[in-house]
Design a protein around this ligand. Structure first.
Ligand code: SF4
Length: 387
């Protein structure tokens, strides 16, 4: 398993990021000729959008398909002066969804992988990827809350709007975060990735409270929908590697995608996992099915065409406004996965309604042994912005 830095056309530097640790790390991997400095007084859009490449963004502020494609080839290294830490989006839809108290720490924006179903297509209005050069501020923010609530089992993930590890061999942010979480053993840090980049942190001492989790799908879905990501076999091999070093391992079988012979492919995937891990080796397995914002379809059609397995599905509006498979199909998919795994595995349904839980498990998450702790309500964390 070897790391190949993603292909980038330009790396832009905010004046405050020039000479930062992050800048120096990127210089080790990229030709100095592609680095450009932003002027003090101009925004990225003003500086970069030359007359021949005016942004075609829609009036809603989202990017056009070609702008979105291009945003994966440009990177901005910049400090972030907002709030790094927030609750998982599921928590704001609590009436409709069963939520698992997850918190997110955003260390950048946009991802160098290219999944056809990616929700960022409808979310991002920035014409480039960003990585934040002031990790120390993020850690200060975390520390303030961790000191106040160190006995509460908060879970913090870094993979909401970036892939946690796809650029990590360059940034090495995992190392500082693992180190920080060693001081707060009741808190849990979760990396979420579709890469196989783990070697860069395997030697870091940890308190056993770091979960490395992989989004997984059958190789047929990886090949057709999850462009530039690691193969399923490489992801599972990376999971074995971190497990041997005492890190916790989790899997997100999400989004499950319906296609003609889906059962055979998902059965093979479950067999692969069971061949490598015992139920007690895996922290948790979350399962979810395809869900997209209605407006995302146009972008997906323009960027991936009708060959995509995702574009071939029939989807219906749900209570929370997203398009999803009909409830009976979702339940069939979840029951199938539960049966294939058999007993002993901690499986939960991500972004699902209580009805779906009851149908698949005959119970809500608070009553499923082994899952209760994930869903127990915790105090609301207050973030003070001192910057
Ligand atoms: S890995 Fe995640 S964030 Fe990256 S493109 Fe795929 S779905 Fe989007």
């Amino acid at each position: 398993m070897s790391f190949h830095p993603p292909e980038l056309e330009e790396i832009w530097l905010h004046p405050e990021s020039v000479g930062s640790h992050l800048h120096r790390r990127f210089l080790k991997f990229y030709d100095p000729g592609i680095f450009k400095e932003l002027s003090q007084n101009l925004s990225f859009a003003e500086e970069v959008a030359a007359p021949d490449q005016q942004l075609e963004s829609t009036s809603k502020g989202t990017l056009s398909p070609s702008e979105f494609d291009r945003s994966k080839k440009r990177l901005l290294l910049t400090p972030f002066h907002g709030q790094f830490f927030k609750r998982c989006p599921g928590a704001t839809q609590k009436k409709a969804l069963a939520c698992c108290n997850y918190h997110v720490l955003n260390l950048g924006l946009q991802c160098n992988f290219n999944c056809s179903y990616c929700y960022l297509q409808n979310y991002i209005n920035s014409p480039m990827m960003k990585y934040y050069s002031n990790l120390h501020d993020a850690i200060d923010e975390l520390k303030e809350m961790a000191l106040e609530h160190q006995e509460q089992p908060f879970r913090v993930g870094t993979g909401e709007v970036i892939d946690s590890l796809s650029m990590d061999p360059i940034t090495l942010y995992s190392r500082d975060l693992i180190e920080f979480f060693r001081e707060f053993p009741k808190w849990t840090l979760e990396f979420k990735t579709k890469s196989d980049s783990v070697d860069q942190f395997l030697d870091v001492p940890h308190a056993g409270n770091v979960v490395v989790s992989w989004s997984i799908n059958p190789q047929k879905v990886v090949s057709s929908e999850e462009h530039f990501t690691a193969s399923l076999q490489n992801r599972l091999a990376a999971a074995e590697k971190v497990f041997l070093k005492g890190f916790q391992v989790a899997f997100h079988l999400d989004p499950m995608i319906y296609f003609e012979d889906w059962k055979d492919h998902y059965a093979d995937l479950v067999r692969d996992i069971k061949g490598r891990f015992r139920p007690e080796d895996v922290n948790v397995i979350s399962v979810g099915s395809l869900r997209i914002q209605p407006e995302q379809r146009h972008m997906m059609r323009a960027r991936f065409g009708m060959k995509s397995l995702v574009m071939n599905s029939e989807l219906f509006p749900s209570d929370v406004g997203k398009l999803r498979y009909p409830q009976h199909l979702r339940e069939e998919m979840y029951r199938f996965v539960l049966n294939e795994f058999g007993s002993g595995w901690k499986i939960f349904f991500c972004m699902e309604t209580p009805e779906t839980w009851i149908s698949a498990y005959a119970n809500t998450p608070m009553k499923v042994p082994g899952l209760k702790d994930l869903f127990k309500p915790l105090p609301k964390l207050m973030v003070t912005l001192s910057k």
